[in-house]
Design a protein around this ligand. Sequence first.
Ligand code: SF4
Length: 110
Amino acid sequence: MTSADPAVPQRARILDPAAIERKLALNTYNVDASRAHIRIIDHDVCLHCVRQQCINCCPANCYVPNNDGRVIFSYEGCVECGTCRIVCHEFRNIEWTYPRGGFGITYRYG
Ligand code: SF4
């Protein structure tokens, strides 16, 4: 997606998204339905974040732009890389922990 409006943030374009999907599909997850290990602290803060790097940087596509300018987050497919914790350095609007023991991702690739 491209835009001539400099106020509209440009999104990174992944050349072969299917390749990432194929690798992620090999992993298994034991989702802790009673506790999200990551959450956006205040969704209104995202309205002030021009870059919203969490959307560009999350390899599992857990962050999705909402039409109202906020960010939708789902933790179920998280690969626990910690990237979102780092890229949200301007507003520190992500509360990040690992899943509880026995929950989360089991890597099966590589
Ligand atoms: Fe995405 Fe990594 Fe953050 Fe999980 S830890 S939500 S995979 S950027």
